[in-house]
Ligand binder design. Structure first.
Ligand code: ARG
Ligand code: ZN
Length: 459
C-alpha cells in the first residue's frame, strides 16, 4: 500500500468522532482483491500479511485427487470486515477464522471471506481452509501451464507467476513472503518433494507422509509439492547445508552428472553474490515433457527434464536474485531473469567458456528487427512478456554494460550489497539503480534509461 494512503487512513480514523461525522469517507474495511500489480490485478490481496502457511495435503496420483487443509497465520494491516484469498478451482469444504466459522464465497480466483467479527488493524489471526478436488494448472498470458501440473506419475508443481492458487489458498503475490510447513501424503512408492528441510518421513497403511519446513520467508509462487517416483539422494555438506535431490529415473543418466555439481555451483555463487541465503538445497528433476520450463522453487529448483549445467547455474542464482530478494511488481522481472542469466555468462567466463563480453557482442550483433529488441526489459508491457527474450538477454546485457561502466570490483560489490541488503526481503529497479550509483559514485541514469527502458535496439 502506498505510504500516502496509509497516512490518510490514520488521519481520518484516529479521532473517533470524526469518523462518525464523515460516514462514507471512513476507510474501507474490506481488503482489496489484488495486491495492486498492473500485470496481474487479481494476484495477491490487500489488507493483511501472511506470516506462515501450514499446508497439509493428501494427493492421489492415480485419480488426480487432492485433499488439503491450509492454516494461514496472518496479520491485518487495516481493519477488516472482509478479505480475499486467491484460490483457483477446487472445492472449499470448510473455513474458519480463529476458531469461528466464517462466511465465504467464490468469485473467480477470489475466495472472499467474511469473518464473524471484524479484525482489528494489527491483529494476528488464523484462517483455516479445508478444500479438495482435482487441481488443474492455469494457463499464463504467455500460453504456458502454471501451478499443479499432473504428470504420468504424480505432479510437477511450479507457480510462477500465478499457479500457487491452483493448490492452496494464498496471498498470491511476491510482495508477501511467509514461512511454510508443507506436509504431503502420497501412496507408498511415491515421493513428495517440497521446499526447505525434510523434517520427517513416515509410512503407514500404504501411504507415506513427507514433512517439509521452509523457515526463511518465501513468496507463494516459489512453493512446490512435486510428486513422482523419484530416486532420492540426501546428504549434509561440510558447511551444514541439507541437500535433498529427487530425480525421475528416466532423467537420471543425463541429470546425475549435472545435479552433482550443485554444491560447487552454490559455493562459486556464494563467492560472487555473498552467503547462500538458505539452510537447504537440492534439485527436483522430473520427467514432465508438457511443461517446457524449470523454476527456481525456493531452496530446491524443479526441472521438467534433466537440466544442463547452465540451467542449473541459472536456477541456483535465482536463490539470491528472485527468491531471497523478491519482486514487488512483476514489471521488475528483469531483476530476476536478467541477473540469473548474467550468472550463466559469468559462470561460462570463469569455467573455460565464452567471456561475457563475447556473449554480449554476439547478442548485440542481432539486427534491430530481432525479437531481442522487441520491448525494453524494464518495461515488458504485460504479463505475456515477462518471460520473453528481452527480459533474460537484454536484462543480462544491461548488467554487462553496468559492469563495463563501473569496473569488475565495483560491479561485484553492487551485486553482493544488493543481495545482502535485501536478503529475505524485496527490491525494486529504482533501488537497484540508486545502489549502483551510490557504490560507483557515478550518474548511471542514462545507462539504465537506455538499456532498461528505451524501445528498440540501443546504439
Ligand atoms: N523463472 C523461470 C526461469 O527463468 C521461468 C518460469 C517460466 N514460467 C512460465 N509460466 N512461463 O527459470
Ligand atoms: Zn530464470
Amino acid at each position: 500500500m502506498p505510504k500516502a494512503v496509509r497516512r490518510t487512513f490514520v488521519l481520518v480514523t484516529t479521532p473517533v468522532a470524526l469518523v462518525a461525522l464523515l460516514g462514507a469517507a471512513a476507510p474501507p474495511s474490506q481488503g482489496s482483491s489484488g495486491a495492486g500489480d498492473p500485470y496481474f490485478p487479481l494476484a495477491g490481496n490487500g489488507g493483511y500479511h501472511v506470516g506462515h502457511y501450514g499446508l497439509t495435503l493428501d494427493y492421489d496420483p492415480g485419480s488426480g485427487h487432492l485433499a488439503g487443509t491450509a492454516v494461514l497465520t496472518a496479520r491485518a494491516s487495516q481493519r477488516l470486515t472482509r478479505f480475499d484469498l486467491d484460490l483457483n478451482g477446487l472445492t472449499v469444504t470448510g473455513l474458519t477464522v480463529g476458531h469461528t466459522k466464517a462466511a465465504f464465497r467464490r468469485d473467480g480466483q477470489e475466495l472472499v471471506v467474511t469473518p464473524k467479527r471484524a479484525l482489528r488493524k494489527g491483529e494476528w489471526f488464523t484462517v483455516t481452509v479445508a478444500y479438495k478436488g482435482k487441481p488443474a494448472p492455469v494457463t499464463d498470458p504467455d500460453g504456458s501451464l502454471d501451478g499443479w501440473i499432473p504428470t504420468d506419475d504424480g505432479a510437477f508443481v511450479a507457480g510462477e507467476p500465478q499457479g500457487a492458487m491452483t493448490w492452496f489458498p494464498a496471498n498470491n503475490h511476491p510482495k508477501d513472503k511467509s514461512s511454510y510447513d508443507i506436509t504431503i501424503t502420497v501412496p507408498k512408492g511415491h515421493t513428495a518433494v517440497s521446499n526447505g528441510v525434510l523434517l520427517g518421513e513416515r509410512t503407514a497403511h500404504g501411504k507415506t507422509t513427507f514433512r517439509w519446513r521452509q523457515s526463511e520467508p518465501m513468496a507463494a509462487y516459489l512453493a512446490t509439492a512435486t510428486v513422482g517416483k523419484f530416486k532420492v539422494q540426501q546428504f549434509t555438506t561440510r558447511d551444514g547445508l541439507h541437500v535433498y535431490n529427487a530425480i525421475d529415473p528416466r532423467e537420471a543418466a543425463a541429470a546425475t552428472p549435472v545435479v552433482k555439481q550443485l554444491p560447487s555451483v552454490l559455493e562459486w555463487e556464494s563467492k560472487l553474490f555473498g552467503p547462500y541465503p538458505y539452510r537447504a538445497a537440492g534439485s527436483i528433476v522430473d520427467h514432465a515433457p508438457n511443461v517446457g520450463y524449470a523454476l527456481e522453487t525456493q531452496t530446491r529448483p524443479v526441472y521438467d527434464r534433466a537440466p544442463d549445467l547452465s540451467t542449473l547455474v541459472h536456477e541456483s542464482a535465482h536463490q539470491w536474485f528472485g527468491d531471497s530478494v523478491s519482486l514487488t511488481s512483476w514489471k521488475d522481472i528483469w531483476l530476476n531473469e536478467g541477473f540469473a542469466t548474467y550468472a550463466e555468462w559469468l559462470y561460462a567466463e570463469q569455467h573455460g567458456g565464452d567471456s561475457a563480453q563475447k556473449t554480449f557482442d554476439e547478442l548485440y550483433a542481432k539486427p534491430a528487427s530481432d525479437g531481442l529488441w522487441e520491448f525494453p526489459p524494464g518495461d515488458p508491457g504485460s504479463g505475456a512478456n515477462i518471460f520473453g527474450t528481452p527480459v533474460y538477454a537484454r536484462g543480462a546485457m544491461t548488467l554487462h554494460v553496468l559492469r563495463e561502466a563501473v569496473g569488475d570490483r565495483t560491479f561485484l560489490r553492487i551485486l553482493r550489497t544488493w543481495a545482502g541488503e535485501h536478503r529475505d526481503g524485496h527490491g525494486t529497479t529504482a533501488q537497484f539503480v540508486a545502489l549502483a550509483e551510490h557504490l560507483s559514485g557515478k550518474n548511471l541514469d542514462k545507462l539504465f534509461q537506455t538499456w532498461l527502458y528505451a524501445p528498440g535496439k540501443p546504439n
